[in-house]
Structures are given as C-alpha cells and as structure tokens.
Design a protein around this ligand. Structure first.
Ligand code: ATP
Length: 544
C-alpha cells in the first residue's frame, strides 16, 4: 500500500510539474472571478492556491465579461433534439398528487388552453404531447395553486412551470416591457448554477418568442453594468442565481410589488444549507409579496424529507405535492453500472472506457476542482478532446467549455458538481462518476444528464470501497428502484456496512412521497439529515 502511495505521489508530482511547465500557472490558479457586485461568500477570488492568496484578492478586478448575445434566428431559438424511444413510457409512470382539491390533469397541450402564440411556440419546440409532470403541473399552476413537484431528471419540468406562467401573463396582458430605472417583474425564477439559469432563460425566451413578455437573466461572473442595462430594458420574467438576484434587488433596480410567481428550480438544492439563507433573504426582501399573496412553485427530481418540511415555510398551507414516479429515484432510461476500483487504477480505467466509447459525448464527474483540471489535462495528453467546467474557471471559460461540449468539438467534459443538475445537453450518451458523490441525490442528478426525454443513456460509476462505502446502501436502493442489476459485491458491502439486522436492499424503497402524509421515503432507512451540499463538502465548489 505504502509503495503504491509513494508511486502515486511521485507520479502526481511529475505530472504536476510537467503540466505546470506545459500549461503555466493558469491551470493551477484559476484566476480572478466574480468579484464585482457580490462581496459574498460564494463570490470573489477563490482559487487554486487556497490559503496563500485567499482573501487577499477577494474583490478582484472588475469583471468585464459580457456573454455573447443569445441566438436571434428562429431556427436556433427553436432547435431541439428528438424525443427518444421511451418517451411514451412516461405515461406508465405512477403519479401521486396530494393536497386538497387538485385540479384535473390535462392529456394534451390543446387542453392547456394556451393562447395562440404560445401554442405555436410549443409546436415549434417539437412538443407533441405533454409529459406527466406537464400534464399535472400545468393545470395545478394555472389554477393558482402552490406546488412542490418531483419528477425524474429530463422529463420536462422546465416547461411545466414556464408554460402556465407565460400563459397567465399573456392572458392578463402584461405591460409590454419598456425601459425604466426600476423594473417590476411578474415572475422570478431561481436556480443554483449560472449555466442552468441561463438554460432556463433561453427556454423562457423560446416560449415567449413573438410575444410582449420579456425574460431576462442575471448571474455571477459577468459584467454587472451589462446585466443591469439588460434588466432596465424591460423585465417580466427575471431568471437568476441567488447572489446576483439579491444584488440587483439590493441596488434598487428591481422592485417586487408586481411579483406573482416565485419559482425555485432544483428546489431541494435551493433550500439546503448552501442557499437557504439566500432564499430566506429573497422572500424577506422589501416589497416581496407574502406567500399568501404570491404563487410559489418548487421543482426537482429529489426531495429529502427534511428539506420538504422546510420548504413548507415558503408555500401556502394547501400546496399541492406532485410526485411523478419515485421521489428521488433515478431515471430508468439510464443503464447504471457500478465498477469496483481502487483509487490508483481509476485513471487507466477511465481511459480504457473513453477509448471504447469513441466520440460519444461523455460527462466525467469528479469531486474537486483540482481533480477536474488534472483529469482534463491527463485526457488531453492522451489525445482525447476534453474540456472541463468547475467553479474556479472564469465564466468565459465555463461557457466556452459547455459550448465546445454541446457542439461535440470536445466530446468529453470533466465536471464537478456544478454541472450535476439541470443541464440539458443533446446526445450525452454517457456519464462517468470518476469519483462518486457523497450524497445519493447528487448521484441521481449526475446520471440524469443522460437518458433524457425518453432517450437511452449509460452511467458508469467507479466505486472505491475505501471512500464510497457510506453510499453503498442508498446506491443499492436506487439501482433496484430503477430495475438495474445490483452487483453482488455491492450488496455485500451495503449489507456489512449496515450490520446484519433488518437490511433488505430490495425491500420497499421510497415508499411514501408527501411528508404531510407523515411517511418516510425510504421505509427501512432512518431519514437522512440533509446532506451538506456536495458543493460545500467538496472543495468549496462554487455554484453561482
Ligand atoms: N412535452 C415535451 N415534448 C418533447 N420534448 C420535451 C417535452 N417537454 C420537455 N421536452 C424536452 O425534454 C428535455 C428535458 O426537459 P427539462 O430540461 O425541462 O427536464 P427536467 O425535468 O427539468 O430535467 P432535470 O431534472 O435534469 O432538470 C428538454 O430538451 C426539453 O425541451
């Protein structure tokens, strides 16, 4: 073991030295970022030589990055990928709606009563029939009810909240957006990462195409002056990451008196330890309508029980809980494989795997920003076109990485948790968990980057018993819940980690849904404390 470790250290040392000489310090010192307009824990200069510089350059120089304008041509705005062979199987998923007097589900988009322009945009987006979360979610939102919705990754949650909001705004004839020193949006949508909120904004912009509703997006890492100018041009739907949103409200550029909708996408993440204070600050902002006077909507594929209880603070008492399928369950269109490895063989196994997948688009998840850089550089040196995304990369680089991955120019994307949730990228055939996350919900979100919208995907996870044993039990449950093969060795690890009594890995999993029913999701497992956000646990990942 010791010999192995020394080899590993030597290997790392020379590799680091080589990389430093080839790539210069840029690889290790991620640089200035996010200083402007934040002055908060998650902003500022967070970098490779942590400790050394940390704090010293916190505010950094002014962020000048202005993202390229979104596409203007209709063909790009409405470009979409095809639904997969399992799209129709969504109809077989069991749906549980709880709460008083839930409105009846719709079966078609025609029944949604969308106004003509919105209906046209839905068709141009390639949507023929609604997914279950849309069938149930749209009428619930249209009826003015608060909603906590849970549906598997890639099953259309974004449109489930955007369509009824846009419909209401159009039906009520919101004032066409025009320049004003203070903007009063009707809806605010929050999400945990910059790339995700930008994606939601582009979806909102697509569905609002040709109407007078104007969505705007604000997030960290881009020039604040530019952001403010965009907002002041007119803003009906404000999409933002929490820091930038609070900043822009704090500057008095956004008033909340007309706010009708507050949407928390990836709601469990928005309410866990990392973001909860920001969310409380947001709902406590001057002018924010009370929960009785606004509609609050929450969406995610996972809802730990304690987070669900806390979420009730933000919702009206009679909110509706909608569960499509298994709460916290993995998407069954993803074929999951768990491979037992030791730490030192991971790199070679990854290489072998990627060589066998050819040019298929693959996301490789690692636990820390540093390993993201290491692994990406390693793969590049092995002649695999690879890019990386993590919180220490500048926003310009993050967006470039994502775009290179989307276009297939770099078919391999090495990512930290920052890319685990929500991102909807065409043709991601594989997800590799080079490092398994510490929380099972994070695992569910990561593997959900593939197998979207009825398409088939594959996820391979490296399980190192030395570090991953605490995840074994939940992993067995998620695998069996998604009708996947559970390796015997994993069952044994889960069994011995748990002790000998009462553990039935194939037992009733995720039994109940709505915490108001008093049940626990996982019948034979005590409720877990909300896991510290993977971000916080892992190398202070920077999320927004
Ligand atoms: N009714 C539909 N018909 C065809 N395609 C759809 C439909 N609804 C959504 N889609 C497409 O399915 C893909 C996944 O949708 P979306 O990103 O909203 O999933 P999600 O449930 O929010 O996933 P995640 O949990 O990962 O955030 C998107 O490309 C979206 O445009």
């Amino acid at each position: 073991m010791r010999v192995k470790l020394n080899f590993f250290k030597q290997d790392m040392f020379f590799w680091l030295l080589r990389s430093y000489l080839f790539h210069g310090p840029r690889l290790f010192v991620a640089g200035w970022k996010d200083g402007e307009g934040q002055g908060r824990g998650r902003g500022g200069f967070r970098d490779g030589f942590r400790g050394g510089f940390r704090g010293g350059f916190r505010d950094g120089p002014k962020v000048v990055y202005v993202p390229p304008p979104p596409p203007e041509e209709e063909s790009s705005i409405f470009s979409h990928y095809a639904t997969g062979i399992n799209f129709d199987k969504y109809d077989d998923i069991l749906v549980d709606v709880s709460g008083s007097n839930p409105p009846k589900a719709i079966m078609t988009f025609d029944e949604a009563g969308l106004c003509e322009s919105l209906r046209k945009n839905v068709t141009k987006s390639g949507y023929v029939k609604p997914t279950p979360v849309q069938k149930h979610g749209i009428p619930i939102i249209s009826a003015g009810r608060d909603l906590m919705a849970c549906a598997q990754t890639g099953s259309g949650k974004t449109a489930a909240f955007l369509l009824p909001i846009l419909q209401r705004l159009m039906a009520d004839g919101v004032a066409a957006s025009k320049f004003s020193e203070v903007q009063e949006p009707e809806a605010i949508i929050v999400a945990p990462t910059r790339e995700l909120i930008n994606q939601i904004y582009l979806e909102a912009r697509k569905f609002a195409y040709g109407t007078c509703v104007r969505p705007v997006v604000v997030y960290g890492g881009i020039n604040t002056g530019y952001t403010i100018r965009e907002v002041l041009k007119g803003c009906n739907i404000l999409c933002g990451t929490p820091g930038r949103l609070l900043d822009i409200i704090g500057r008095g550029k956004v008033g909340l008196s007309k706010l009708r909708y507050l949407v928390l996408d990836e709601a469990d993440r928005m309410l866990d330890m990392g973001f909860e204070p920001d969310m409380r600050k947001l709902v406590g902002s001057p002018g924010m309508p009370s929960k009785e006077d606004r509609q609050t909507l929450m969406f995610s594929a996972t809802y730990p029980e304690d987070i669900q209880r806390m979420a009730a603070d933000f919702l009206k008492v009679d909110y509706i809980f909608l569960a499509v399928g298994v709460v916290g369950g993995a998407c069954s269109d993803v074929e999951q494989t768990i491979v037992q490895v030791d730490q030192y063989s991971k790199r070679d196994q990854l290489l072998e795997l990627l060589r066998s997948t050819g040019n298929e688009r693959t996301m490789v998840f690692v636990e820390t920003k540093r390993s993201a850089d290491f692994i990406a550089t390693f793969l590049c040196q092995e002649k695999l076109s690879t890019t990386s995304i993590h919180g220490d990369r500048e926003q310009r680089e993050r967006e470039k990485a994502l775009s290179d991955f989307r276009t297939g120019q770099c078919p391999v994307l090495v990512a930290t948790s920052v890319a685990a949730r929500g991102l909807d990228i065409e043709q991601v055939q594989h997800v590799v968990n080079f490092d398994l996350p510490s929380s099972i919900d994070e695992y569910v979100h990561r593997i959900g980057r593939t197998g979207r919208c009825g398409n088939i995907g594959r996820a391979v996870s490296f399980f190192n018993p030395e570090s991953d044993t605490p995840l074994a039990r939940s992993l067995v449950k998620v695998l069996s819940g998604a009708q996947q093969e559970v390796p015997k060795w994993l069952e044994e690890i889960a069994f011995s980690a748990h002790g000998t009594t009462g553990f039935n890995p194939r037992g009733k999993v995720f039994a109940s849904t709505d915490t108001r029913k008093g049940g626990s999701f996982k019948m034979d497992e005590p409720p877990q404390a909300s896991a510290p956000s993977p971000a916080a646990a892992a190398d202070d990942e920077e999320w927004e």
